[in-house]
Design a binder for this molecule. Sequence first.
Ligand SMILES: NC(=O)c1ccc[n+]([C@@H]2O[C@H](COP(=O)([O-])OP(=O)(O)OC[C@H]3O[C@@H](n4cnc5c(N)ncnc54)[C@H](O)[C@@H]3O)[C@@H](O)[C@H]2O)c1
Length: 353
Amino acid sequence: MKFTRSILITGGAGFIGSHVVRLFVNKYPEYHIVNLDKLTYAGNLANLTDIEDKPNYTFVKADICDFGLMLDVFKKYEIDNVIHLAAESHVDRSIKDPFTFAQTNVMGTLSLLQAAKELWTAPYTSNRFYHISTDEVYGTLEFDNTFFTEDTKYDPHSPYSASKASSDHFVRAFYDTYGLPTIVTNCSNNYGPYQFPEKLIPLFINNIKHKRSLPVYGKGENVRDWLYVVDHARAIDVIFHKGKIADTYNIGGFNEWKNIDLIKVIIKTVDRLLGSPEGTSDTLITYITDRAGHDLRYAIDSNKLKDELGWEPSLQFEEGIEKTVQWYLDNGEWMDNITSGDYQEYYEKMYNK
Ligand SMILES: NC(=O)c1ccc[n+]([C@@H]2O[C@H](COP(=O)([O-])OP(=O)(O)OC[C@H]3O[C@@H](n4cnc5c(N)ncnc54)[C@H](O)[C@@H]3O)[C@@H](O)[C@H]2O)c1
């Protein structure tokens, strides 16, 4: 079959990437989806077993930092569009090892941009380079009624957010300098199935299930804005097809939660779904020293995306968290495969348990 587009999705074996790959492979059989992933600790092909045999899907194991290899991949698969998600994504790891974050998030992004620039031809009518970023580039908000908008000045505080901010600047610079047709989106915290269990929600669901402690930074006062991952993938679909070149869109669910309140909802939901009496797991909460440079509050204003492109989240948080907890409880084998062995040692040490 002759495909109408050949889309390189980077980081497709990770959490959000696997949802984007699944959506595009199933919804657009006329597109060839090339999932390129290095399979770091966070990449897991078990996230994609349901679509791996589809005729419009190809997996390539590669490092985005390898520029020569990126040129080869672009040529071999006649890549005409990029949706770039590959990144080092965990703030705690960035505090311990900032070099890896600069390498992958900055140099890796640059390598993809340069490959697109060398191989695509102006006026780029059938090309776009869509870069997925985070709201963390905007820094932190006070406990007031303000939100991050597309005009908020960048003010990153962690090596992770600094590396993402830098990559966003490179993407925009490639439009300004070479006319490469780029789009950037900045999204709030995602939750849902297939998230690596170093991140708060899957980590805590698994810890409650195994009656392990729930390490809470500081007093748990920090506020995050949570979006169901499938809604993020839906937004990426809409923006990829209808977004304006050189533009930026914020993606969020107007769904702010103080960490400690979110943790209480998780505890209550897990206990209920496991058939334990309410309050069973409350004592697992353990307050630990706050994360260095911990941003107080993130909150995204996604009205531009709603007004211009008609996207809104489809799931209310209560429904999303219920589905998410149920998914992790139903997929114990997926979780156990990750948390066994070397990784277990890592997160034991990391959370001082
Ligand atoms: N998780 C969130 O809440 C969130 C929110 C907003 C934006 N984002 C952004 O979305 C993207 C995906 O985040 P995620 O949570 O799915 O991350 P993740 O850590 O689950 O997945 C990242 C994927 O990238 C791959 N990867 C890492 N380094 C690579 C390299 N050098 N070459 C090729 N592949 C490499 C990993 O193997 C993994 O499959 C990231 O760019 C992140 O900054 C995440």
